[in-house]
Design a protein around this ligand. Structure first.
Ligand code: PEP
Ligand code: MG
Length: 598
């Protein structure tokens, strides 16, 4: 691992296509994975040279951090700059520097090994004190030591805020918080070693329209900063330093995709209905208000899911009521007369608040996430509820509660909501008293008790991303089990059928807002199962619209019935692909024009 990595030519790797689009660009390596350390004994006459090498790495690290700090211009990002001061202080810490130098001299080991020993010792000391402050300092210590290690090893590394040009970011992992810190203007795409198609980072990249491939496992070890990359966010293919021939094929595929998109876009303004006149509501999932103009472009009938987490990320404080109110009001007013569905805070899992101590959870996806967090931190929850309610007076809004696992939780939410409403009434602050409240169905216990939950709420929205994760016990961000993440698993189809039946018993509408709703083949089955509302990334709407306009509802019902005869997701997938190819011989040629064939 020492020194520069060998440069590869025309090397193909395949991961998981996370956000469609084919792009070519220079790699920007954001390598924060743990580097493997060479451990070597050294000769006595090499000792001083080794000490010097170590001090040079410290000096380089100091310089890099100072530069990063000086370069931050954006006042928003500046607010986080104090963390860099903490890192600079660690670099000046004599315990770190002197101990390492002493170890090199006494034990006659290389600088990496000596530093590793020091870090372990310091880490153990912090670990012994179990408070939040020490936990944070441990993280800082590891961040700083990773930087020193990489400088010792001569590995290139960069920081996200520095991104310039038209680059493809290559990272071991990216959190949604990382992604929004990047200068999106310069980001052509990104690829990561970790992650799955429905990780929040992948979803965010789709909503921002940034092509992405995740779950590549080896990207950061194969790619050097500055390598030329082609990434295909649909097929999950990545080519490192392509030949001229492959680059040409890439340009051709890009052109073909553009043509196809142009053709599909014609359907955006048409009605979303089957050829026999069954109307389907196609709505948009959004993460940022900046996406609202795309609703018109892609023909969305309102917002079926506004994920509000980004309001809370990358800041040291919490949004106040006014900020919530102004944000949701803008949503309500700009999409009027269509409806906007605001999902309350879904924090935890893979998104965390900087302003709230991160719980040390072994299993965050099953931990204090979403409504569980809000029911624990009721005051934080109430601030958001007040903001939503106040905004409801300015348009048509609905409220959606994530990760409900049973009736008790929804009753708790209703009680809190009633309190907030009472306060508003007392203060004579207007709000829409009839604003609907729905629950996400994304936990197996909620799906099994859908008939009971249906009595409590105005609507359901099925979050298949989590529903699949929890029902099939497959971590949605773990690339090692992504092969088990099967939307067409017979269990999932049975669960969805049950939810629809539960909702129908009480006559409440049920939508799907998970990623399944963006896949035309799945939409066909889901329609056949009785679903009439789909919320997806706006980009997918014209494609789904185009296909549903050419089928008859009855055909989808027969398909949905038929798939229940099969025992595995693979069998169902084969049948559905066949069905799609029959229905849409032109559009549904899945291998059409892939770069791989070049
Ligand atoms: C889901 O779980 O399907 C969903 C829509 O919510 P998120 O992806 O934000 O968890
Ligand atoms: Mg979810």
């Amino acid at each position: 691992m020492m020194g520069a990595v060998q440069q590869l030519t025309n090397k193909w790797i395949r991961g998981i296509g996370a956000s469609p689009g084919v792009v070519m660009g220079k790699a920007f390596l954001l390598d924060r994975s743990k580097v493997r350390l060479p451990e070597k004994r050294i000769e006595p006459d090499q000792v001083e040279q080794e000490v010097e090498r170590f001090l040079k790495a410290i000096q380089e690290s100091r310089q890099q951090l100072t530069e990063i700090k000086d370069r931050i211009l954006d006042p928003e990002v500046r607010r986080h700059a104090f963390i860099l001061d903490v890192h600079l202080m660690i670099l000046d810490d004599q315990m770190l520097v002197q101990d390492t130098v002493d170890t090199i001299r006494k034990r006659k080991v290389n600088a990496e090994w000596a530093l590793d020993i020091t870090i372990e010792r310091l880490d153990a000391a912090f670990q012994a004190i179990e408070d939040e402050y020490s936990k944070e300092r441990r993280n800082d210590l590891h961040y700083v030591s990773a930087r020193i290690f990489r400088n010792l090893l001569g590995k290139k590394h960069d920081d996200i805020t520095k991104i310039k040009g038209n680059v493809i970011v290559v990272a071991h992992d990216l959190s949604p918080a990382d992604t929004i810190q990047m200068n999106l203007k310069h980001l052509a795409g990104f690829i990561t070693d970790m992650g799955g198609k429905v990780s929040h980072t992948a979803i965010l990249s789709r909503s921002l329209g940034i092509p992405a491939v995740v779950g590549l496992e080896v990207a950061t070890s194969l790619v050097n900063g500055g390598d030329l990359l082609i990434i295909d966010g649909e097929t999950g293919e990545v080519v490192i330093n392509p030949t001229e021939e492959v680059s040409d094929a890439f340009r051709e595929r890009k052109r073909r995709i553009k043509d196809m998109e142009r053709d599909t876009l014609r359907y955006a303004s048409m009605a979303a209905e089957t050829s026999d006149g069954v109307h389907v509501r196609l709505q948009a999932n959004i993460e940022l208000l900046d996406e609202i103009p795309s609703l018109k472009i892609y023909g969305a009938e309102g917002v079926g899911l506004y994920r509000t987490e980004l309001l809370y990320l990358n800041r040291d404080d919490l949004p106040d009521e006014e900020e919530h109110f102004q944000t949701y009001r803008r949503l309500a007013e700009s999409i009027w007369p269509a409806v906007g569905t605001i999902r309350t805070l879904d924090i935890g899992g893979d998104k965390f608040l900087s302003s709230y101590p991160k719980e040390n959870e072994i299993n965050p996806a099953m931990g204090l996430r979403a409504i569980r967090f809000c029911l624990k931190e009721v005051e934080i929850f109430k601030v958001q509820l007040r903001g939503i309610l106040r905004a409801s007076a300015h348009g048509k809004l609905r409220m959606l509660i994530p990760m409900i696992s049973g009736v008790e939780e929804i009753r708790q939410v209703k009680a809190i909501l009633a309190e907030v409403k009472e306060d508003l009434v007392r203060a004579r602050i207007p709000f829409d008293e009839k604003m609907e409240m729905g629950t996400m169905i994304e936990v197996p216990s909620a799906s099994i008790t859908a008939d009971l939950l249906a009595r409590e709420v105005d609507f359901f929205s099925i979050g298949t991303n989590d529903l699949i994760q929890y029902s099939l016990a497959v971590d949605r961000i773990n690339e090692h089990v992504s092969y088990l993440y099967e939307p067409l698993h017979p269990a999932i189809l049975r669960i969805i059928r049950g939810i629809v039946q539960g909702a129908q018993q009480y006559g409440i509408p049920v939508a799907i807002c998970g990623e399944m709703a963006a896949e035309p083949a799945y939409v066909m089955i889901l329609m056949g199962l009785g679903l009439r509302e789909f919320s997806m990334n706006p980009l997918s709407i014209p494609k789904v619209k185009k296909m549903l306009r050419s089928v008859r509802f009855e055909q989808t019902r027969i398909l949905a019935e038929e798939v229940f005869q099969y025992s595995t997701a693979a069998e169902i997938e084969v049948r559905v692909q066949e069905w799609m190819a029959d229905q849409f011989p032109e559009e549904y040629d899945r291998d059409e024009g892939k770069v791989m064939e070049a």
